[in-house]
Ligand binder design. Sequence first.
Ligand code: ATP
Ligand code: MG
Length: 450
Amino acid sequence: MIRRWLGKVLGKPSSSSEPRIFPVTQHGIRRDSIHPCALKVTRTLKEGGYAAFVVGGAVRDLLLGREPKDFDIATDASPEDVRRLFRRSRLIGRRFQIVHVYCGPDTIEVTTFRAHTPQNDEESSRVTAEDGMLLRDNVFGSQHEDAARRDFTVNALYYDPEKEEVWDYHDGVADARKKVLRMIGDPTTRYREDPVRMLRVTRFAAKLDFHIAPDTRAPISSLAPMLERIPAARLFDEMMKLLLSGHAERGLHQLRAEGLHHGILPMLDAVLDDPGRKHFLHASLHDTDERIRHGQSASPAFMLACLLWFDLQTQWQKYRDSGLSEQQAMYEAMDDTLERQREMLAFPRRLDGTIKEIWSLQPRFEQRGGSRPYRLLDHPRFRAGYDFLTLRTRGEDAPAELSDWWDRFQDASEDERTAMLLPATVSATKRRRKRPRRKPGEASTPSENA
Ligand code: ATP
Ligand code: MG
């Protein structure tokens, strides 16, 4: 208590077991920027005699003047204690035991302070694998231990809404001001414990526009292969967080810069190094980022369809060359592309249908005669297919004339539509004449061969 008081007076903790405590005049986080449910939960916990803080990403984001995605609470109450205090709550046992407290339509995650499991004592052999990966991490601890087991200094800040104080055990406030991501503890050890932290640091760097401290960045390239050991579902979740963060473009460049893409999204090399292909990926990522920043949704299937588009085309060409019909080659190529990708970043099979529809609609946009355009308009995935086509146009992967035609056709009157229809057989020939010259050996697009 005295040390804490001294820390307060001197503005300096004596060690990382004592926090530096910032008053509102220094951190600037206003109580009314905390979600009312989070306020209610901290108040109830405190009335029950427990410590309760808003923690993690919410404090970091508020400190940076950003809107938090969610509000997590950390407490010294056990999960059972928390359950008892909140009628509408549920214990969920994912990797760690946490309690979900429901409040209207919202859910607040309440976590009991956990200890960081040490690496070099006897205890560790029971909870870590030979390569240092944490297998279990559910040992309750004190608040300073809870701070030490978190990943980056800016993610280990605690906000007390009642006193309006920020408790900082690892100089996270200073790092936030310097816009730096710094691992708590020894970076190599911490990445070995949980290799997903390598993806997290990449994601946060992109999202917050922070740089990664040199010693936090250094071990990543050599430890990157450890990601292979991460369960498929967790890897997919983490990648989706990156792709749907509103900063996918920066995130993917960062991922590649750190060499983390190899076993996950290897197509990035081929796409980002090819000026022709780069435009398409740029257009699609930029579009997704814009949508998300404007509060619209973006679909994982659409993102994957974009990322894998050039892989699909290479496969499609291969099957056509082997003598299969256009359509048969497309089906084979779609299965091949998805399976090959799934060997690395496994994504749920429920996405396959949408991805395949988006792809297989592309050659159908070429067919602008007879009743075909009408049938395409009625297709349940027309919108996604058309959005994909416009991205291809912006990426110079499809002629602008084609997406212009569809743009007009959608809004045209019946008479105008009839006048717009191309004679079924002419459309392909006409287009062939307009086709841009391709470099030898470059994969052709489905549209050009439909
Ligand atoms: P976001 O804005 O993406 O939600 P976040 O920092 O809140 O960012 P979460 O995944 O919601 O990230 O995790 C909440 C907090 O839990 C983090 O801020 C961090 O303190 C801790 N944490 C999460 N994952 C890890 C991990 N793999 N290793 C160590 N600490 C972690
Ligand atoms: Mg969070």
